[in-house]
Design a protein around this ligand. Structure first.
Ligand SMILES: Cc1ncc(COP(=O)(O)O)c(C=O)c1O
Length: 372
């Protein structure tokens, strides 16, 4: 008998649907490094159309999508980018922009809603007068939704304003849109409108959209031509990649329409957690598919809670030394949400009664790798 696991660690944990597997099996493929894979070409053209940009490029991961984008915009060593201090690019991508691209990060505080203050962005742009000693600002990066800020959405108005700042200073704007479809659905704004101000956007296919592998980068044709070269340099040129694009296409076709339901379930989950008196949850902060809650009772650590939950087949990730992150995706049902809530409640009682043993977490998390 297969035991059901309610996996709330991330929206990256989905298994390919039957329709994805069928599409992979049937995909018409050829060598994409030679520019000949018809399924990859169709998928990239479709993503460019949906995102309202001239061209698109499939890459293996969100990390590579961001890295390629930054390296194309900052093709001179000593370039500087302005980005949030809790952004994924800054925290969780191995500093690749610096180690591989010679790009200097200028971080600004991310507000709880995922924004950076516009006046701080303007003030951070390096002045030409200091060209002898300053790095050169070339790019601003936003993240939408903002994962470390709880999956918050950046509005179209804010994104447009940052785009205006970038344009008026001769800079480019990149959006890490790993979950841009979640933002688009939550805001009720078409995704192409949401990213209109951006010169490039990276979109993860293997998060809320449920594909097994991959991201796309979108931008102008000239940008994507350069991105293709950088992707190859980084080892991201893949041969019969239509196999992966076929699954990703099904994800985009079938899953975007389910994101609103993910967001509804996240709210249900948050409301249930709020009733547990050892936790605090800010219900207004649940805008998309992520729920963060703080544990206020010092006898319950996030590691301990997640470890005991795992014994009941509910997987969750510690987000900090006092908080836990739960993420909804389309393979989580209403019943799963209720099961998780019941287990969490029981586990809290067990821990408080001193009735549990703490072993190693086996869900891929350590105390120092919160919430990637
Ligand atoms: C906001 C954001 N950007 C980029 C990435 C990187 O994606 P990948 O894990 O595919 O490299 C992630 C992954 O969790 C993410 O949450």
């Amino acid at each position: 008998m297969v035991t059901k696991v309610v996996d709330l660690r991330s929206d990256t944990v989905t298994k390919p649907s039957d329709a994805m597997r069928a599409a992979m099996a049937a995909a018409d493929v050829d060598d994409d490094v030679l520019g000949a894979d018809p399924t990859a070409q169709r998928f990239e053209a479709e993503m460019a159309r949906i995102m309202g940009k001239e061209a698109a490029l499939f890459v293996p991961s969100g990390t590579m999508a961001n890295l390629v984008s930054v390296l194309v915009h900052c093709d001179t060593r000593g370039s500087e980018i302005i980005l949030g201090d809790t952004s994924h690019i800054h925290i969780y991508e191995n500093g690749g922009i610096s180690s591989l691209g010679g790009v200097h990060p200028k971080t600004l505080p991310n507000n709880p809603d995922g924004t950076m203050d516009i006046d701080k962005i303007v003030a951070a742009i390096r002045h030409q007068d200091g060209a002898l000693y300053y790095p050169t600002t070339r790019l601003i990066c936003l993240e939408n939704t903002h994962a470390n800020c709880g999956g918050k959405c950046l509005s179209v108005e804010y994104t447009d304003k940052v785009g205006e700042v970038a344009k008026s200073h001769g800079l480019k704007l990149h959006i890490d849109g790993a979950r841009i479809f979640n933002a688009s659905v939550a805001l009720g704004v078409p995704v192409h409108r949401l990213v209109r101000a951006a010169d490039s956007v990276s979109v993860c296919l293997s998060k809320g959209l449920g594909a097994p592998v991959g991201s796309v980068i979108v931008g102008s044709k000239a940008f994507i031509d350069k991105a293709k070269i950088v992707r190859k340099t980084l080892g991201g040129g893949m041969r019969q990649v239509g196999i992966l694009c076929a699954a990703a296409y099904v994800g985009v076709r079938d899953t975007v329409g389910k994101l609103a339901d993910d967001h509804r379930k996240a709210k249900v989950l948050a409301e249930g957690l709020k009733k547990i008196k050892q936790f605090t949850v800010d219900l207004t902060s649940v805008e998309t598919n992520m729920v963060f809650f703080d544990i206020t009772d010092p006898r319950i650590s996030p590691d301990k809670l997640c470890q005991v939950l795992e014994q009941r087949n509910v997987l969750a990730m510690p987000a900090s030394s006092k908080s836990v992150r739960l993420v909804i995706h389309y393979q989580i049902s209403d019943t799963d949400v209720q099961y998780a809530l019941t287990c969490i409640e029981k586990v809290v009682e067990e821990i408080l009664s001193g009735n549990v043993k703490l072993e190693h977490l086996t869900n891929g998390t350590t105390a120092n790798s919160y919430g990637h």
